[in-house]
Design a protein around this ligand. Structure first.
Ligand code: HEM
Length: 449
């Protein structure tokens, strides 16, 4: 290491510690005190939902306890004997790269949703995982994004925004209908009212990824939704076969693969894969679009520059604004993994941490994207970041299957809105994201001239 490099690293680390101290003793207490609610508990609960608070908490953890392990169990939805929170960029990547040591946990709930079989996000790196992912990549091709998916999303978003006179409630009127149309028109999952598909997919997503305490009411609703969704997919498969229609969509290609005798492509296999993709697509795209828009509206300069890029037809620059905004509040701030054996994270470093078998390891992607040791000027809103700085939809083996769809569809949803002159939040509560306690945006009203 050269002397200038040594000094630069020292300054960076010193600054990280000072920022950590400021976060711990001033900014975090201030954020809690200014949160809504009466009483410390209510304020803490409200603050923990705010991405600004989470980012501050991660800042302090990265500085002082980058790999925290506590005996406290991480809920009961997935068995575990304690929780580890991993916050530095390098360590988050390490956890998500070491699939044999840090396993995905979702299998039991995936099986409950499919009514028996696992879906590939619930599988370890097995032959079955590779078979199912490969099959679905043949059915859902990268070329489709530019040829089918982006135009579909763009046209529908433009139409939905054009129909409105100066005011739109984004989730029900824009960000949910677009991915739902992708599911019906491109996946081929037809036969259910759009509202039902959105509702079912959101319930199933919550059951899998956010129902940490295994709430019995939510669990029942989600499993009822899963049963309804399975019936709709079964009926869509049966109808397509009976009609002999040869539509070139995802379901149509699955049936071509079935006719060719590909393993894993019987009717049940097709249904299992499609239900997983429906869950992956609808609530995530909607939440991502709403949260990115919310962050843009918080930054008037960024909003003006995004609007300019959109008017200039500079789609890449417009998309860069959307991804950067989304970095400040991604759909999930961390990914779950469970330690498959006693192991160590960051071995050979001062921050090395022993992780006992069965610890639930939370790999904090939100924190990784703000780690000053890896990300240049992480607190600044910048549109020139290398793509590798982002961890917006997972990383590694289980990184999002729909990654290329997301990268095209999120800007397509937001562009017609951001192009509206004077785009702003509606006054009062209506202009804030309302989740109704679900964690998923239900209402968020914006207005324009
Ligand atoms: C902006 C929208 C989206 C976000 C934020 C998102 C987020 C993610 C994340 C974080 C993961 C990794 C989960 C983990 O490692 O535990 C993931 C995986 C996955 N996503 Fe997405 N997703 C989005 C859209 C989609 C879409 C549109 C689809 C379907 C076309 C989809 C299907 C999947 C599937 C199947 C996996 C599992 C991949 C595997 O196990 O190999 N997602 N997604």
């Amino acid at each position: 290491m050269t002397v200038p490099n040594f000094v630069a690293v020292l300054v960076l680390r010193l600054r990280m510690i000072l920022d950590g101290i400021a976060a711990l003793f001033y900014r975090i207490p201030a954020a809690i005190l200014s949160a809504k609610g009466s009483g410390l508990k209510a304020k803490l609960a409200a603050a923990s939902q705010d991405p600004r608070f989470l980012r501050l908490a991660f800042r302090a953890l990265r500085a002082f306890l980058p790999n925290l392990r506590v005996r406290y169990k991480f809920g009961s939805a997935y068995p575990n004997n304690g929780t580890a929170l991993v916050t530095r960029h390098d360590d988050v990547i390490e956890v998500l790269d070491r699939n044999a040591d840090f396993e995905v946990v979702y299998e039991p709930r995936m099986r409950a949703i499919t009514g028996g079989e696992n879906f590939f996000l619930g599988m370890q790196d097995t032959a079955l995982y590779q078979r199912d992912v490969s099959n679905m990549r043949l059915a859902m091709r990268r070329d489709d994004v530019a040829a089918i998916v982006e135009p579909l999303a763009r046209r529908l978003a433009e139409k939905l925004v054009a129909e409105k006179a100066g005011r739109i409630d984004v989730p029900p009127e824009l960000s949910l209908p677009v991915p739902t149309a992708i599911v019906t028109d491109y996946f081929g999952v037809t036969g259910a009212p759009d509202g039902d598909l959105m509702h079912w997919a959101t319930l199933m997503f919550r059951y899998l990824f956010s129902d940490v305490r295994a709430d019995p009411v939510l669990d029942k609703d989600a499993l009822d939704a899963a049963a309804a969704c399975r019936s709709v997919i079964d009926a869509a498969i049966a109808k397509r076969k009976a009609s002999g229609e040869r539509k070139d969509d995802v379901l149509g290609r699955c049936l071509v693969m079935q006719a060719a005798g590909l393993p894993g492509m019987d009717d049940l296999g097709i249904r299992n894969n499609l239900i997983g993709l429906v869950i992956g697509a609808i609530p995530t795209i909607s939440k991502a679009a709403v949260q990115a828009l919310d962050q843009l509206l918080d930054r008037p300069e960024a909003l003006v520059s995004a609007e300019q890029a959109a008017h200039d037809g500079n789609d890449a620059l417009f998309a860069a604004h959307v991804f950067e905004a989304f970095r400040f509040n991604p759909v999930n701030p961390f990914k779950f993994r469970r330690a498959a054996r006693d192991t160590t994270i960051a071995a050979g470093h001062f921050r090395a941490r022993k992780i006992p078998k069965d610890t639930m390891v939370l790999a904090a992607n939100l924190s990784a994207m703000f780690d000053p040791l890896k990300i240049e000027a992480p607190e600044s809103f910048r549109t020139d970041r290398p793509w590798g700085d982002y961890m917006l939809w997972g990383y590694g083996l289980h990184g999002c299957f729909g990654a290329y769809i997301n990268a095209a569809v999120l800007p397509a949803i937001l562009k017609p809105l951001v192009m509206k002159p004077g785009l702003r939040r509606a006054a009062g509560e209506a202009g804030q994201i309302a989740t109704g306690g679900t964690g998923f945006p239900q209402h968020f009203v914006v207005e324009w001239e």
